[in-house]
Design a protein around this ligand. Structure first.
Ligand SMILES: *[C@@H]1O[C@H](CO)[C@@H](O)[C@H](O)[C@H]1NC(C)=O
Ligand SMILES: *[C@@H]1O[C@H](CO)[C@@H](O)[C@H](O)[C@H]1NC(C)=O
Ligand SMILES: *[C@@H]1O[C@H](CO)[C@@H](O)[C@H](O)[C@H]1NC(C)=O
Length: 289
């Protein structure tokens, strides 16, 4: 169950006039992670920003359930329109060119995840496919047939509602599991279809997309399988606090490499992430939190 719910792991941020960052996602982002001492990366993220982070991620949620349960609506209601100033966007090269992802699509090869439920709908699965208008008819627990929509449908509706209120949505791809290739080179396994879906939402709605999957994979590959496995005390999905920190750092690096105005709110600790954390070897990588 945890495994299925986790397949939805996008992050959705909105920078508003009150200078607040809202996060929406699942247990890998949420306070308390998946329980049993694990932690979501939305928690340490606040260490790296100069503005408050409101972590509205909830364990077990999918794009559809987050939408159907009214959580997007609540979040959208919290977002204030106003005077957020869109700062100058530097067109200069990212400061750490060698570690920024400058092309997209390099991780699109495999769809190793499938959130489809079995014969009975679980309230979380989305219609399979990359596109706003894709739908599917499924059998609810009470036996009735219900229409469900795609990942893009649920997310893009929220994105557009946030935009309408003057917020600035950002979408990131889900983060990797502790699953590695079995043949050399041993690296984090490729992202699945939800990485692709998240990027498509970014393109379709013209919002910033952070390829969080690949930034985390980059950090994990540098650390190596043994060190990364120590981040996963209960399963291959939920990190401990050290792992959450690495995942948050990877997100910050993604921000710094990109053009979102949220990068203007990365603090000194966040700006130090690429050089002091992700680019050093593993003995000095993991810091106490
Ligand atoms: C979805 O379908 C509607 C109605 O046919 C159409 O207007 C819209 O362009 C479609 N959206 C996408 C993203 O294909
Ligand atoms: C059956 O379940 C679906 C999904 O939860 C719900 O929308 C519908 O109203 C239910 N129908 C009845 C007759 O209870
Ligand atoms: C890793 O960093 C430590 C501490 O800076 C250093 O002593 C060690 O030689 C480094 N190892 C490698 C393989 O670079």
């Amino acid at each position: 169950m945890m495994r299925i719910s986790s397949l939805f792991t996008f992050c959705f941020l909105s920078v508003v006039s009150a200078q607040t960052v809202y996060l929406a996602g699942d247990s890998t982002m949420a306070l308390g992670g998946g329980g049993s001492g694990t932690q979501g990366w939305g928690v340490p993220l606040s260490q790296f920003l100069t503005i408050p982070v409101v972590n509205d991620a909830v364990a077990g949620e999918s794009a559809r359930s987050y939408s159907d349960e009214g959580r997007f609506t609540s979040l959208i209601n919290s977002v204030k329109s106003g005077d957020f100033v869109v700062h100058h966007r530097s067109m200069s090269a990212p400061r750490l060119t060698q570690s920024c992802i400058l092309t997209s699509g390099i991780f699109f090869w495999f769809g190793h995840n499938d959130v489809s439920a079995g014969a009975v709908d679980n309230g979380k699965q989305d219609a399979v496919g990359d596109g706003y208008n894709i739908t599917s008819t499924v059998t609810a627990a009470n036996g009735t047939q219900i229409l469900i929509h795609s990942f893009a449908f649920y997310i893009e509706n929220a994105v557009n509602a946030i935009k309408a209120k003057g917020g600035i949505p950002i979408i990131s791809s889900l983060t990797p599991d502790n699953i590695w290739t079995t043949t050399s080179p041993i690296v984090i396994a490729a992202g699945g279809r939800f990485v692709t879906y998240a990027q498509s939402v970014g393109v379709d709605t013209s919002i910033t997309y952070v390829d969080h999957y690949d930034y985390v994979a980059q950090a994990y590959n540098k650390l190596g399988q043994t060190a990364v496995t120590a981040f996963y005390p209960i399963d291959h999905l939920h990190t401990n606090a050290n792992g959450a920190l690495v995942v948050a750092e990877a997100f910050v690096r993604g921000l710094l490499c990109g053009t979102s105005t949220l990068k203007n709110f990365v603090n000194a600790a966040g700006k130090a992430v690429p050089s002091t954390r992700l680019l050093v070897n593993e003995s000095s990588f993991v810091v106490a939190v």
